[in-house]
Design a protein around this ligand. Structure first.
Ligand code: 13P
Ligand code: SF4
Length: 362
């Protein structure tokens, strides 16, 4: 396979500067190649006592493989929970680095592997642990709540970790207890949670390169063309886009909302990888991608995370075959501290979100 040139992704740093990070273009399979790769991956997963835990944004081939081999396709919260509760000795995470790190932090005794360890997230990149820690030091009166999309070192500095499916509930509870919050990193999710809960939240500055590109004006135009369509929005999107939503939720939340609302047509404002799962679950229903950069087509991610796209069948097979460079390591001391806010969230989820399930965990 020819090695394609990396794509350069621009993202906003916490201080407003522009950062640039590489992503590898997704692999393209040769015609007819897929069935043999899938069969080999299934065999290796069994032989290695490994379970595949995939995010909704990765390629449909990996989503299907995860579901067909006894793994799961889910949102970040369920990925963490599923990997933690599964008996397999190896967890293979098809997603981005923070997801692999979370699995390792929760399961230091297991092997955690990823198809590509360089699969980043703009929120994680925009939150360097040293600067973040200094920011926390300046505000000792605040409870530190960080989103899952951060490094192990940032989690180690936090009191709570949250994902988009539980952020509102945890911050709401802290607010009821009279606590003031220091929130990082996603400014749009933070803004949304702040408005819903009324909590006192001091925000870090960062955004998701995918969701930030959804455009309210173009969404308005699209809605005019599809008057019956309901709008589903991930809360990493800008406020004006969220304002047009019929339902706002995590990736799992968006799928559940579509099942609940029962419309014939949906406009989906999140990474388009999720549409594969929605079509599988709701055949006959139409799913339209929300517009990104509009008519100029200047979007850089165009509703698909360039780092999630780095997961493919070939590098998954390299991972399962034991090629070097796929194992996730977290400094044990950092991991020990980072585990505290993650376990706090999982405990809270057990008490408050018992019904949440990804696909694959029947
Ligand atoms: P979810 O937890 O909703 O799956 O979100 C993860 C993510 O990275 C969204 O961009
Ligand atoms: Fe990060 Fe955005 Fe990619 Fe999710 S979609 S992993 S938030 S860059």
């Amino acid at each position: 396979m020819a090695v394609a040139k990396p794509i350069q992704i621009r993202f906003e740093r916490y201080n407003g500067d522009v950062g640039i990070a590489p992503a590898k273009p997704p692999e393209v399979l040769a015609p007819g190649e897929k069935p043999a790769l899938v069969e080999r991956a299934k065999k290796l997963l069994k032989e290695r006592d490994a379970v595949l835990v995939a995010h909704y944004y990765v390629h449909p081939d990996l989503q299907d493989l995860a579901q067909d081999s006894g793994g799961t396709v889910s949102d970040s919260l369920e990925m963490a929970r599923f990997g933690h509760e599964h008996k397999a000795r190896t967890i293979v995470v098809a997603g981005v680095r923070f997801m692999g790190e979370t699995a390792k932090i929760l399961n230091p005794e297991k092997r955690v592997l990823m198809p590509d360890l360089q699969a980043e997230c703009s929120l994680d990149l925009a939150t360097p642990a040293d600067q973040f820690s200094a920011f926390c030091d300046q505000h000792p009166d605040r409870v530190v709540v960080v989103y899952a999309n951060t490094s192990a070192a940032v989690k180690a500095r936090a009191d709570w970790m949250v994902t988009s499916s539980i952020a509102e509930k945890i911050v709401g509870e802290l607010h009821r207890q009279g606590k003031k919050i220091l929130w990082a990193p996603d400014k749009h999710l933070g803004d949304y949670v702040q408005r819903v809960t009324g909590a006192d939240m001091l925000m870090w500055n960062a955004a998701c390169v995918v969701h930030e590109e959804f455009k309210a004006l173009q969404l308005e135009e699209l809605k005019l063309k599809h008057p019956g369509a309901k709008v589903l929005v991930h809360p990493e999107s800008p406020r004006a886009v969220i304002a047009m939503a019929d339902a706002v939720g995590s990736t799992t939340g968006i799928i559940q909302a579509a099942e609940r609302l029962g419309a014939k047509e949906y406009i989906v404002a999140t990474d388009n990888g999720i549409i594969h799962q929605m079509r599988k679950r709701m055949p006959g229903v139409s799913f339209i991608e929300a517009p990104t950069a509009g008519k100029g087509a200047t979007c850089q991610s165009c509703a698909h995370c360039p780092w999630m796209a780095m997961n493919g069948l070939h590098n998954l097979l390299d991972t399962l075959e034991g090629k070097p460079g796929h194992e996730v390591f977290v400094d044990p001391e950092v991991g020990r501290r980072a585990k505290v806010p993650i376990e706090r969230m999982l405990e809270f989820a057990k008490r408050n979100l018992p019904q949440m399930k990804g696909s694959g965990d029947a």
